[in-house]
Design a protein around this ligand. Sequence first.
Ligand code: HEC
Ligand code: HEC
Length: 226
Amino acid sequence: MDLLLFVTLTLPLCPVLAGAVGAAVFEKVCASCHGGRGEGKTELKTPSIANAPRWYVMRQLMNFHEGRRGQDAANDPQGALMAGIAKSLKPGEMEAVAAFVENLPLVVPSEREIAGADVQRGQELFDERCMECHRYNASGEMAFGSPPLIGRQGWYLQEQLHKFKNLHRGAARGDDKGAKMVQMATQFIQDEQAMKNVVGYILTLNPVASKAEAGTAIFAPPVLKR
Ligand code: HEC
Ligand code: HEC
């Protein structure tokens, strides 16, 4: 019997095995695109996923798996790529890899500025419209289903906001969390400049990597954990 399959079947019984499956799935399936530390790769347009909370990773994997995200390859080629991967995973593998990803140390994006962004105005918009769900430090809030925005690259955040605005994410039936974000992006992010501003501000909320250089792993603040 396939080791992964065997382990998946016995998963609920054994946390040690679950850990092994999570690591194995990550190495075998995820690392080639998202990087060995989950740091993301700009050239492949993959986001950093390191340290993303398991409830959020699980929800996105299920969204991709069940066709609520990445279902439109013409308008969302990156999402479609990821959907293909998620559809090949079994529920037990998704659970295990989500737990593994949550435990990867946060990776601070190496580019911490957006050219032409007015960070001050970005902060005003963030405080007024985003903070209530994503929290003042953009560390996310499980109760609202809103993910941390720190750790993610600026270009990725901008692309997601475009997707929400253009209904290429969050518009599918049953994606109630995505629908919330569609509403926010269309109502409150007026134009390209406002988007740059707010993402530029979000990037400043990343913890300063004191000893480590930007782009290397550092430990996440405890608020990120459940
Ligand atoms: C073939 C390349 C590829 C592989 C392999 C891959 N991904 Fe992805 N993944 C992507 C791309 C591209 C995106 C960005 C989708 C978008 O822009 O909407 C993505 C997005 C995601 C997201 C959404 C992040 C967010 O902030 O919403 C999660 C979670 C994720 N991947 C987890 C995984 C996991 C776990 C694995 C391994 C089981 C994996 N990916 C394997 C390419 C890949
Ligand atoms: C009412 C609560 C709420 C507010 C207010 C809100 N968001 Fe969100 N946001 C969410 C939820 C929920 C998600 C997760 C959507 C999903 O599950 O696909 C999300 C997801 C996102 C994502 C995608 C992150 C990723 O990793 O793919 C970005 C970017 C984002 N929000 C930015 C913002 C910005 C900028 C603002 C302010 C203009 C904002 N949000 C206001 C609830 C909110």
